[in-house]
Design a protein around this ligand. Sequence first.
Ligand code: GDP
Ligand code: GDP
Length: 438
Amino acid sequence: MIKPIVAIVGRPNVGKSTLFNRIVGERISIVEDKPSITRDRIYGDAEWLGRPFILVDTGGIELDTENTIKEQMRYQAEIAIDEAEVILFVVDVRTGLTNMDRDVANFLRQSNKPVILAVNKAENYKQAEMDKYDFYELGFGEPYLISAQHGQQTGDLLDQVIDHFPDLEEDPYDDQTTKISVIGRPNVGKSSLVNMILGEERVIVSDIAGTTRDAIDTPFTHQDNNYVIIDTAGMRRKGKIGRGVEKYSVIRSLRAVDRSDVVLMVIDASEGITDQDKKIAGYAHEEGKGIIIVVNKWDLVEKNNNTMNHYIEEIRYQAGFLNYAPVTFVSALTGQRVLEVLDIVDYVSEQHSRRVKTNLLNSVIEDAVAMFQPPSDKHGKRLKIFYVTQPKVNPPLFVLFVNDAKLMHFSYKRYLENQIRKAFGFEGSPIKLITRER
Ligand code: GDP
Ligand code: GDP
């Protein structure tokens, strides 16, 4: 299913990131790891009344530092207008209406996207009901009083948000088709890589058109396997439009990641992984997508016997949470190793959908427990793992049935995850471990 995107906009300090965390945080995440990537997240998976959506805090989208606040806000509003289905416009009832709010409103009014006005910080504030009328001036209809910090009325707000969602749209591809998205900063060579893959004579690009999505996706066949590169047009389109547009691709990338099975994270060999890369890759990781790190422009690198190893070490250091992702070195200019990327995609997609036999799985966990005892609490009560199952694939999900879930530590979970990987691989695929009390 294709998830709508909801973008939070507003001037600094109105409570955008608090609202983001409130909405995304209330969803029980089954990936409880990697604090480093969750700290300053700006993209998250959310759900309200059974409707999943992607929430974006545009306030956290990186912009050139030389931009003024006004330019930044304009930019963030533009991104929201271009890419989101619904815009959540946040203002602060305690400060009251400011000129900056009016500026944001002016940008937003230029679009015909639905805008929901959230008047934040309304808890314990007597004049809130009165003051909210000031915000009618912005022209977005009923202002909703909320408290992002305390979670008050955010449910009513979300009722409004999902009311504006488009009808559910199913992705048109069958289970046998591997959906690939290509992410990475501008100019790392995404379009070149895609063009090189599709231009290979052993790759047969199909031109069936059907649903609206086909217009931007490119289905193709290679060695009897079916693939589709998601949102290829989005990549090819750029270039003409110039500055600014590159930022837009961030949200578009999210949607592409969301719809894909395997994500190719392309980085420029001379730049390495950037924070922006980590944020999008973090989203892919949390969404449980297969991930391959593609180091492009390898032709430009001066090499010796150890260059690749050093490179891999550096990537592992920069983005430890992707330690399961294969790294490959290509040149989209010369074509070096470009077709091999598809072999890695096949491999990762196989790992991603791999199901391990229950008895094997349990013996691996038993061995792991025998080798290194589970933690105990200060009363000496020790975690007991009764048995393990793998109810899901894509990504693999493991459920540990235990005596007391509170006794499970992050570090022990990671240890078990490593043991599972050691035994079964799952290269390129995030895996999820959850505990259930029996
Ligand atoms: P952003 O810059 O728009 O992302 O704003 P933040 O989410 O960082 O919030 C700015 C400040 O407002 C922080 O000190 C928050 O703790 C505070 N804040 C956010 N939401 C609320 C709220 O509902 N009530 C109150 N009283 N303060 C809030
Ligand atoms: P995108 O913005 O990520 O889609 O990047 P493009 O595919 O448009 O490539 C940006 C620039 O890098 C173009 O000038 C390409 O010709 C160049 N480029 C792409 N891949 C390679 C490569 O492997 N080696 C070299 N030397 N240049 C490349």
